[in-house]
Design a protein around this ligand. Structure first.
Ligand code: F6P
Length: 344
C-alpha cells in the first residue's frame, strides 16, 4: 500500500508545473497518501530538503507560472554517491516512491535510477520543447507557443512599417516544435529548425525573391538549435550543462547580419529567450497538468512505478520511462511541409 510519496520538479521550469503539483496533492487525499515536496529538483532529494504538501499549501497555485517547489538542472547520476543519497533520503522519510515532473534530462536520469537501481519513480512530462516520446504534448509547450506566436504577430506590424526583415529566435534545443507551431500560426516567411539543416544562401535567395515579388518585409523564425548545412556557416562553441547538453542562444545574431549582407534589406534580430517559459499557464497546460498529475497519483497509489504518464489524443496513456526517453520526438515532416506552403 502506498502511504507516502515524494514529488519534485526538475530541469527548466515551464507554465503548468503547479497544476501537476496541485493535482497530485488533491488526488492523494482520496487515497489517504501523504505528499512531500522536494526543493529544487534532484538537488532537494540529494540534500534531503523536503516539506509536507497539503491542500492548504497548494491552494491558489493553479494559475501561477514556474514551480512552487523550485527546480534545478542537477544530474543525480553524476553527483558523488548520488544514487546512495537518493535511496537514503527515501528511506529516512519512509517514502514509497517519487513523482518526478521533468523533461528529457530529468526523466533520463529517472530511467537510470528506476531501471538500474530500483528507485520507484513515476514520470510526468514537461518541457516547452515538446521533445519527449510517450506523449503527444508535454506540459508548457502550448503556453510557450502562445507567447512565441504573440511575438511573431508583434514583429509583423513593426516589420511592415519599416520594410525590414525580422529574425526571431525561439527556444528548441534539439527540435523545432515551438518554431514550427509559432511560425505557422504567425505566418512566418521562413522557419529554420534543428530537424533540417539550413543553407543560409538559399534562405537569402528565397527572401530576395519574395521581396522581388513586391513584399516589403519578411519574418524569419529560427529555433535556437537550428543547424547550418555543412560548410555554409560557423556557429559559436557553446558551453555544456550538467547533462552535457549545449547551452544555446544567439544563433539569430549570426544569421541576422548575414541576411542583411546578402539581401541588402535592413534586418533586425529578436531573441525571445526565457519569456517563453515564464508567466501563467494557458488553459491547455492547466488541463494537461491537472490530468497528468491526477493520473500519476492514481498509478502511485497502485504502486505502478517505472512509467511516465502522457497524453494520447484526449486520453491519458502510459509508457515505460525507457520508451519515453529512448528518442527525441521531432516535428513530423508533414507538419513542416504545411508551414512551408506559406513561405512564398
Ligand atoms: O527547458 C528547455 C529549454 O527551455 C530549452 O528550450 C533551452 O535550450 C533551455 O531549456 C534553456 O535552459 P536554461 O534555462 O538553463 O538557460
Amino acid at each position: 500500500m502506498t502511504r507516502r510519496i515524494g514529488i519534485l520538479t526538475g530541469g527548466g521550469d515551464c507554465p503548468g508545473l503547479n497544476a501537476v503539483i496541485r493535482a497530485v496533492v488533491r488526488r492523494a487525499e482520496h487515497f489517504d497518501v501523504s505528499v512531500f515536496g522536494f526543493r529544487n529538483g534532484w538537488r532537494g532529494v540529494l540534500d534531503s530538503t523536503v516539506e509536507r504538501l497539503d491542500r492548504r499549501s497548494t491552494q491558489g497555485i493553479l494559475l501561477r507560472g514556474g514551480t512552487v517547489l523550485g527546480t534545478s538542472r542537477t544530474n543525480p547520476i553524476s553527483e558523488p554517491d548520488g544514487v546512495a543519497r537518493i535511496t537514503e533520503t527515501l528511506e529516512v522519510h519512509e517514502l514509497d516512491g517519487l513523482i518526478v515532473i521533468g523533461g528529457e534530462g530529468t526523466l533520463s536520469a529517472s530511467r537510470v535510477l528506476s531501471e538500474e537501481h530500483g528507485v520507484p519513480i513515476i514520470g510526468v512530462p514537461k518541457t516547452i520543447d515538446n521533445d519527449l516520446g510517450g506523449t503527444d504534448f508535454t506540459i508548457g509547450f502550448s503556453t510557450a507557443v502562445d507567447v512565441a506566436t504573440d511575438a511573431v504577430d508583434r514583429l509583423h506590424s513593426t516589420a511592415e512599417s519599416h520594410n525590414r526583415i525580422m529574425v526571431l529566435e525561439l527556444m528548441g534545443r534539439h527540435v523545432g516544435w515551438i518554431a514550427t507551431y509559432a511560425g505557422l500560426a504567425g505566418g512566418a516567411d521562413a522557419i529554420l529548425v534543428p530537424e533540417r539543416s539550413f543553407d543560409i544562401n538559399k534562405v537569402c535567395r528565397h527572401l530576395k525573391r519574395r521581396h522581388g515579388m513586391g513584399r516589403s518585409f519578411s519574418i524569419v523564425v529560427v529555433a535556437e538549435g537550428a543547424v547550418p548545412a555543412e560548410g555554409t556557416m560557423a556557429l559559436p562553441d557553446y558551453e555544456t550543462d550538467d547533462f552535457g547538453r549545449p547551452v544555446l542562444g544567439g544563433i539569430a545574431n549570426i544569421i541576422g547580419p548575414e541576411i542583411e549582407r546578402q539581401t541588402g534589406f535592413e534586418t533586425r534580430v529578436t531573441v525571445l529567450g526565457h519569456v517563453q517559459r515564464g508567466g501563467r499557464p494557458n488553459a491547455a497546460d492547466r488541463v494537461l497538468g491537472s490530468s497528468l498529475g491526477k493520473a500519476a497519483m492514481d498509478h502511485a497509489a497502485e504502486g505502478n512505478w517505472g512509467i511516465m504518464v502522457g497524453q494520447d489524443g484526449a486520453h491519458v496513456t502510459t509508457a515505460s520511462l525507457g520508451e519515453a526517453t529512448r528518442e527525441l520526438k521531432t516535428v513530423p515532416s508533414e507538419m513542416f511541409e504545411t508551414a512551408r506552403v506559406f513561405f512564398g
